[in-house]
Design a binder for this molecule. Structure first.
Ligand code: NAI
Ligand SMILES: N[C@@H](CC=O)C(=O)O
Ligand code: NA
Length: 433
């Protein structure tokens, strides 16, 4: 039986989950692989807080750099988070030829190009399954099971916090802030949670998925991003009445050789499988040119599910190290091309949900319809609610597909109308057609 000595940096939610998982199932992993995982060192700035886990004397330290430099340590697990000290730790370990396992999608999204190249140049690996879809082995599926496919499209619910908030707003009608506090207490949210609710965490994961799908590090600037901050109960109710649910979606497509990428809240049909993905669960739908449609589902956040993904990477990195495999597929797939072409956001075609507030006056609707006509936007359905006592009436519309630039033009023109009494609300409607 061979042994692999692991140095963990960051003993927070995920770090503690990794140690708990190895304590529980380490012997099972050893029986299955012939490699015994040994947590030799854990570095954290705080080594006094009780994580509900007992470790041997001498394992805990506050000095992460000493763990990286320790010749006894075979591989490094980076779980401190953020993009500053985590980048320093990761690059230093790779330069010493040690494989790094990380759950840090922000780090990969911002510094992926530098990190993958450093791994390759030092003949070692960076492993990052936990960075996308938490416990779901989505990247492993992409780089192993789907390796023979051109990826046509990926749709993902990739943020446990947002999906948890949307689910409870819809089911329990609770206020946004109250549910966010629960998501934080459950260990799902980032620090700060703005990364979750503004869609940035989803975008971090989307660019990692897109990089692997299309073969080069994709910059965050290529991913137009909006989140669920300020989403009102009215949108959830209106969507429900029309047969839809609202989900924060990552959308990645090969659009005639150009990468189409966005993160945005979207109405999805209630009968589609994606609508049944609730709470902190994530789901990723990948369509390949050979395999056709595939779907992956599981816990997207939390101590043990994320720990499970990190542990899978530890065992793969251990096997690669012991077998002296050079840079693994998780590195080479990210460095196939030097540059990718991106679809301009203006040219993306989509359907939309639109809520207007109109003065209830004769001709108001005709003015609005004229504007849609001028912008080549065809309306699929319109619901005008009873007018309020104020003389104003909310109007809810679903459109057919049109170009983003036409939607922007139409919204500006409608807002400028004398009969328009509030800024129009617009969201994507994704029917997967
Ligand atoms: N919590 C979750 O469900 C998931 C988290 N992740 C990612 O995993 C990483 C870790 O997240 P959490 O465990 O939730 O964060 P956390 O905040 O619970 O843990 C981070 C730990 O790192 C320690 N730390 C900070 N600076 C340090 C330094 N210089 N040296 C040593 N220790 C240091 C902190 O004291 C803390 O205990 C992040 O990149 C996060 O985005 C990924 C998937 C899911
Ligand atoms: N904050 C993230 C944690 C996992 O990546 C989430 O809520 O999904
Ligand atoms: Na994963």
């Amino acid at each position: 039986m061979k042994e692999i000595k692991i140095g963990i940096l960051g003993f927070g939610t995920v770090g503690a989950g990794v140690v708990e998982g190895i304590q529980k199932n380490g012997s099972l992993m050893a029986e299955r692989t012939g490699i015994t995982p040994v947590v030799a060192k854990i570095a954290d700035l705080d080594i006094t807080t009780d994580r509900g886990i007992t470790v041997d004397d001498g394992v805990l330290t506050t000095d992460a750099m000493a763990v990286i430099a320790d010749p006894e340590i075979d591989l490094i697990v980076e779980l401190v988070g953020g993009t500053s000290i985590a980048r320093t730790f990761t690059l230093e370990a790779l330069k010493q030829g040690k494989p790094v396992i990380t759950a840090n999608k922000a780090l990969l999204a911002d510094y992926g190009a530098e990190i993958y190249k450093t791994a390759r140049d030092n003949n070692t690996g960076i492993y990052y399954e936990a960075a996308v879809g938490g416990g779901i082995p989505i990247l492993r599926s992409q780089r192993a099971g789907l390796i023979g496919n051109q990826i046509e499209s990926i749709y993902g619910i990739l943020n446990g916090t947002c999906n948890y908030i949307l689910t409870r707003m819809e089911r329990e009608g609770l206020p946004f802030d109250e549910i966010l506090a629960d998501a934080q207490a459950l260990g799902y949210a980032e620090t700060p949670p703005d990364l979750d609710i503004d869609g940035i965490d989803t975008a971090h994961k989307a660019v990692v998925l897109a990089s692997m799908a299309y073969g080069a590090p994709v910059p965050m600037s290529a991913c137009p991003t909006s989140g669920i901050r300020g989403l009102s109960a009215s949108e959830i109710e209106n969507a429900d009445e029309l047969g839809y649910q609202i989900k924060l979606l990552a959308i990645i497509k090969d659009n005639n050789g150009e990468v189409e990428l966005s993160v945005e809240p979207a109405l999805v049909p209630k009968e589609h499988m994606i609508a049944s993905v609730a709470d902190s669960f994530n789901a990723v739908f990948v369509k390949g040119d050979i395999v056709d449609d595939t779907m992956y589902y599981g816990r997207g956040a939390g101590r043990l599910p994320t720990g499970s993904a990190v542990i899978g990477d530890i065992m793969e990195a251990a096997s690669d190290t012991l077998n002296r495999v050079g840079p693994p597929v998780s590195v080479t797939m990210m460095l196939q091309k030097t540059e990718l072409k991106y679809c301009s956001a203006d040219n993306i075609e989509k359907r939309c949900y639109i809520r207007l507030c109109l003065e209830d006056k004769p001709g108001a609707m005709a003015k609005v319809m004229n504007i849609f006509g001028e912008h080549n936007i065809s309306i699929a359905s319109v619901v005008q609610k009873e007018r309020h006592e104020s003389g104003r009436a909310p109007v809810v519309m679903l459109t057919q597909k049109a170009r983003e630039s036409e939607f922007v033009g139409a919204m500006n023109a409608i807002q400028a109308l004398d009969v328009s009494c509030a800024e129009p609300i617009r969201m994507r409607l994704e029917d997967f057609g």
